[in-house]
Design a protein around this ligand. Structure first.
Ligand code: PMP
Length: 440
C-alpha cells in the first residue's frame, strides 16, 4: 500500500519515471503528451538540458542558505531579471515556494502597507467569483470558488466577491464588450460604496482566469477601468499571475496586454518551469518604500525564501525562454492551436466556447450549444475525460465550473512552449478521440 497521503483519496495513477521534451513517460514506458504543463507549469517540457545543468551546478556549489543570514547570487540575479522586465512601478521581489504562498504574501504586504500609512480601517478585500487564488486559508478565502471554500467556512479573512469578466456567460445579447466591461466596473464601484470606500484594502483578480474558468481573458479596457476605480479610492490592485504569467499568454506578464500597472503581482508555476518549486510576489515601489520608511520590516517569512537552487532553476528557465525567443513562438503556436481547435470542435454539439491567449486555451463544454445549458451537472464525465485522455496518451486539465466551481465543464490546455507544429495536431487528435470515447 502506498504511504503517500493523497494516493488514498484519489484514483490510481501511473507512476511517472521520466520526461522527454513535451512528453512524460511512465514506468511501463508509455508516453503522455503534456498538453497542460501539469497545471500550466512545465513551460519548457520535461528534459531541458540547460535548466537541468543549472540546477546541478547550483546544488553542487550551494544548495540553500537561509535568507535571514545571507543573500545569494541566483536570488539577486533572478530579482534583477524580473524587475527589469516587470510592469511599470514594480521595484522588488519577495520570493516564496509556490502560488498560494505568493498570494498570502501579497495579502499581508497590502495589509501592512495600509497599516504603515495609518489606514488600518482598510481591511476589506474584493475578489471575483469563479476565481482561484490557492488553497492556504487567506488564498482560499480570496478565491471565488464556492465549492472549494464551503466546507472550511467561516474563513479567517472576509472577502466579498463580484462578477468575473466572463463574456461567454456574462455579456448580454446585443451588449458590446465595452458596455459589458463598463457594467462590471459599475458593479465593482457599487460594491466599494456598499463596503465604504475608506474600508477597502485591495482588489484581487487573475488577468486571464485559469483553473476555475479555463483561460478566460477580460474584455478590452476592463482592467484599465478597474485600475481607475482603485486609484480613485486608494485601493491596491493585486494581479494574480500564478497561472497566466511567465509567458503563458504570449507576453512575460499578462498585465502587459491589459496596459495596467498593478501594485502587487503574484507569479509561480512557469517561473521555475517545474524544475524547482518557486513563487514570487512583485512589489511596487510605493509599497516597498512605505514599509521601508515605516517599520522597516515585513512581518512575514518562510524558511525557503529565495532558495538558491530554486532561484537558479527559475533564472535558467527564464533566460532560456528569452534567449530562444520563445514568446513570439508562444503567440504563433497559440494561434495555431486556436485555429485547429476551432476547425475540429467549432461545430461540436457539446463545445460551447473555445478561447484563450497564447498557449493558454480553454474549451467550455455545454449540454446544449444553443441554450448554453451547463455541461454534466453530476460531474460524472469530468473525471472520465481526464482518465480517457491519459489512456490516449494525453494530459489535459478538465476543471472548473461555471456554476459553483465543482462541476468540471471546461478543458484547459497549457502545453510547453517548445512544441513542434505537429504536436499541435497530436493534441487536437487525441482530444478528439477522448471526447468521442466519453461523449460519443
Ligand atoms: N493562483 C492561481 C491563479 C492559481 O492558478 C494557483 C494554482 N492553480 C494558485 C494561485 C495557487 O498556486 P499553488 O498551487 O502553487 O499554491
Amino acid at each position: 500500500m502506498s504511504h503517500v497521503f493523497h494516493r488514498h483519496l484519489s484514483h490510481a495513477y501511473p507512476t511517472a519515471v521520466g520526461g522527454d521534451g513535451a512528453y512524460l513517460i511512465d514506468a511501463e514506458g508509455r508516453r503522455y503528451l503534456d498538453a497542460c504543463g501539469g497545471a500550466a507549469v512545465s513551460c519548457l517540457g520535461h528534459s531541458d538540458a540547460e535548466v537541468i545543468e543549472a540546477v546541478r551546478e547550483q546544488v553542487g556549489q550551494l544548495a540553500y542558505a537561509h535568507s535571514a543570514f545571507f543573500t545569494t547570487e541566483p536570488m539577486e540575479a533572478l530579482a534583477d531579471f524580473l524587475i527589469e522586465r516587470a510592469p511599470e512601478g514594480l521595484s522588488s521581489v519577495y520570493f516564496v515556494s509556490g502560488g498560494s504562498e505568493a498570494v498570502e504574501a501579497a495579502l499581508k504586504l497590502a495589509r501592512q502597507y495600509v497599516i504603515e500609512r495609518g489606514e488600518p480601517e482598510r481591511r476589506h478585500l474584493i475578489a471575483r467569483r469563479q476565481s482561484y487564488h490557492g488553497n492556504t486559508l487567506g488564498a482560499l478565502a480570496t478565491g471565488g470558488n464556492a465549492w472549494r471554500r464551503r466546507q472550511f467556512e467561516p474563513l479567517l479573512v472576509e472577502v466579498s466577491h463580484v462578477s468575473p469578466c466572463y463574456a461567454y456567460r456574462g455579456q448580454a445579447e446585443g451588449e458590446t464588450p465595452e458596455a459589458y466591461g463598463e457594467r462590471l466596473a459599475r458593479e465593482l464601484e457599487d460594491e466599494i460604496q456598499r463596503l465604504g470606500s475608506e474600508t477597502v484594502m485591495a482588489f484581487v483578480a487573475e488577468p486571464v482566469v485559469g483553473a476555475t474558468l479555463g483561460a478566460v481573458p477580460a474584455v478590452p479596457g476592463y482592467f484599465r477601468r478597474v485600475r481607475e476605480i482603485c486609484d480613485r479610492h486608494g485601493i491596491l490592485l493585486i494581479l494574480d499571475e500564478v497561472m497566466c504569467g511567465m509567458g503563458r499568454t504570449g507576453s512575460l506578464f499578462a498585465a502587459e496586454q491589459e496596459g495596467v500597472a498593478p501594485d502587487l503581482v503574484t507569479i509561480a508555476k512557469g517561473l521555475g518551469a517545474g524544475y524547482q518549486p518557486i513563487g514570487a510576489t512583485l512589489v511596487s515601489e510605493r509599497i516597498r518604500s512605505a514599509i521601508a520608511e515605516g517599520s522597516g520590516f515585513f512581518q512575514h517569512g518562510h524558511t525557503y525564501i529565495g532558495h538558491a537552487t530554486a532561484c537558479a532553476a527559475a533564472l535558467a528557465a527564464q533566460r532560456a525562454i528569452e534567449s530562444r525567443d520563445l514568446l513570439p513562438r508562444v503567440r504563433q503556436l497559440g494561434d495555431g492551436l486556436q485555429r485547429r481547435l476551432e476547425a475540429r470542435f467549432g461545430d461540436h454539439p457539446r463545445v460551447g466556447d473555445i478561447r484563450g491567449r497564447g498557449l493558454f486555451r480553454g474549451l467550455e463544454l455545454v449540454a446544449d450549444r444553443e441554450t448554453r445549458a451547463p455541461f454534466d451537472p453530476e460531474r460524472q464525465l469530468h473525471a472520465a475525460i481526464k482518465r480517457t485522455a491519459m489512456d490516449h496518451g494525453l494530459m489535459c486539465y478538465p476543471m472548473g465550473g461555471t456554476l459553483d466551481g465543482r462541476r468540471g465543464d471546461h478543458i484547459l490546455l497549457a502545453p510547453p512552449f517548445i512544441l513542434e507544429d505537429g504536436q499541435l495536431d497530436e493534441i487536437v487528435d487525441k482530444l478528439d478521440a477522448t471526447l468521442r470515447s466519453v461523449l460519443g
